[in-house]
Design a protein around this ligand. Sequence first.
Ligand code: NAD
Ligand code: MG
Length: 295
Amino acid sequence: MSKQIYNPLTKYHHDKFPKQTQVAPALQCEMTPTPDCGEKSYQGHGRLEGRKMLVTGGDSGIGRAAAIAYAKEGADVAINYLPFEQKDAEDVAKVIQAAGRKAVLIPGDLSDETFCKKLVEEAHHQLGGLDNLTLVAGKQVAVEDIMELTTEQIKKTFEVNVFSLFWLTKAALGYLKPGSTIITTSSVQAYQPSSNLLDYASTKTAIIAFTRGLAKQLGHKGIRVNSVAPGPVWTPLQICGGQPSDAIPEFGKQTPLQRAGQPVELAGVYVHLASEESSYTTGETYGVTGGMHIN
Ligand code: NAD
Ligand code: MG
């Protein structure tokens, strides 16, 4: 039987979004509509059989979609998130377990170097190995005027989005073997920064440089490093200060595909970059932007 072909314009939610705000970090289980992270819609094909993977930001949004897809492809998955997000994380664990894989939940704050080290050690210990880091956690707070952008916010955004990548990678290198992969999460903002996301966009450009440089440094060890650069995707990040709340109803409408992406639409790229299918790919950034393009 042939598979149904969908129009990408109407495949997922394409109406206006209802206005909504939550305190950061928002909970996905309280969003309307609920983001599609592949709980039902993603179908695995055994491409990551037996892998042991750690996903930061794995409770919600894009990280959750990656974690669910990895499990459905046959991997055991540890996820990290903030303690406040326990409910979302438990929902993800149920989906991973229903796929017949092991789920490990490790809450904690990535802006703390000591915790980053512990996170990797704990994931390695509880999974019984580690061959992938999928670094998705991120902080985004829109501020219209640089004069209103506090040093505290600038520092926190860089700690979570950039510093943690150094700390987690350093902690993991003792465990990663040839064939292992690291996947970072950049953004279309690295290439086309919005005027109200100066600190965030700067971190996303830094992530591209980190990814390219680290890929060169680790190539000879057989460890590949790549990045995913999403465009506007319907996730908790956007409704807890990532966008001004007035921008929520039209979120994503400016793209050529005329709607926001759903997290599950990025899952296939994360799976590809972690799997054997991408064995000659390192130092690259894959855009999933609804047509905004990166470059
Ligand atoms: P999300 O809110 O679902 O995920 C962000 C996650 O970051 C949270 O779930 C939280 O667990 C984690 N996090 C934040 N601060 C943390 C901290 N101090 N310690 C530990 N974890 C922390 O939203 P998302 O949109 O899926 O975001 C995932 C990634 O995608 C981010 O890096 C974001 O920059 C990137 N991104 C998102 C979009 C978009 O439109 N949604 C576009 C481009 C890039
Ligand atoms: Mg979350």
